[in-house]
Design a protein around this ligand. Structure first.
Ligand code: SF4
Ligand code: SF4
Length: 226
């Protein structure tokens, strides 16, 4: 899932400064799961903003809503009329949702969230980055643990010389994060695949990663004619 955080209220109030009629539009998928931009967060943020603006003597009219997936026009379209009646939209989706609405509507779309990473739920209230979307997965060779996303130095052949004796990463403060390569070593041991460590990864072709430029995936068999 995509993990995001809500921006500080002061920053949101500053973005909303010029506007008096705004739609707060959440997204009911990833950002709802990580409790940053779902229907509940829309309600809480709208209440806080209304109150703050009332105190400033500049009341704001807020319409609240949430769509199933803001990254898909299909779900945003039923809101088209409402969006066009606003001075601005505050999007509580990830950056993809903000981009999607901006492509479709001639209304300023403001980001209420800071989009962070692709992550897993580690435990209640904790999300961790585990995939960097490199576009050429090697997890079958590393026991299902990603060195690109989980090693602070993105090392393909590790560990580095800085791994601590207790198996934590030298980059993380206070030993708060295990070394990804120690995790890979242990995992490969459990799978009887430690021989994988004898294969030295060559230089990775990063053209499939986002550093090769904005990417697009096209499924010819899914395209509609015309
Ligand atoms: S190897 Fe690439 S695609 Fe696979 S988990 Fe790591 S970053 Fe993601
Ligand atoms: S200690 Fe491990 S996780 Fe940290 S930078 Fe070195 S190899 Fe990567």
């Amino acid at each position: 899932m995509i993990v995001a955080d809500q921006k500080p209220i002061e920053e949101i109030l500053q973005m909303l400064e010029p506007y008096r009629k705004v739609l707060f539009l959440g997204c009911q998928t990833c950002v709802a799961v990580c409790m940053a931009g779902g229907e509940k967060e829309v309600g809480l943020l709208a209440a806080a903003v209304r109150l703050a603006r009332k105190h400033q003597g500049r009341p704001i009219e807020i319409v609240e809503g949430a769509v199933k997936r803001q990254c898909d026009d299909e779900f945003n379209e039923p809101w088209a009329k409402t969006i066009e009646q606003q001075e601005a939209v505050l999007s509580l989706a990830c950056g993809v949702g903000v981009n999607k609405l901006s492509e479709r509507f001639d209304v300023p779309i403001l980001p209420a969230l800071n989009t962070k990473f692709f992550g897993e739920v580690e435990r209640q209230g904790v999300w961790a980055e585990v995939c960097a979307g490199c576009g050429n997965c090697i997890l079958h060779l590393t026991g299902g643990i990603c060195p690109i996303a989980r090693c602070a130095k993105n090392l393909l052949n590790g560990p580095c010389g800085g791994v601590r004796a207790d198996g934590t990463c030298e980059v993380a403060q206070n030993g708060s994060r295990p070394c990804a390569w120690v995790m890979i070593y242990e995992r490969l041991g459990k799978l009887n695949q430690r021989q994988n460590l004898e294969n030295i990864f060559g230089a990775k072709d990063w053209s499939s990663d986002r550093h090769g430029g904005p990417r697009k995936r096209i499924r010819e068999d899914m395209l509609l004619e015309g």
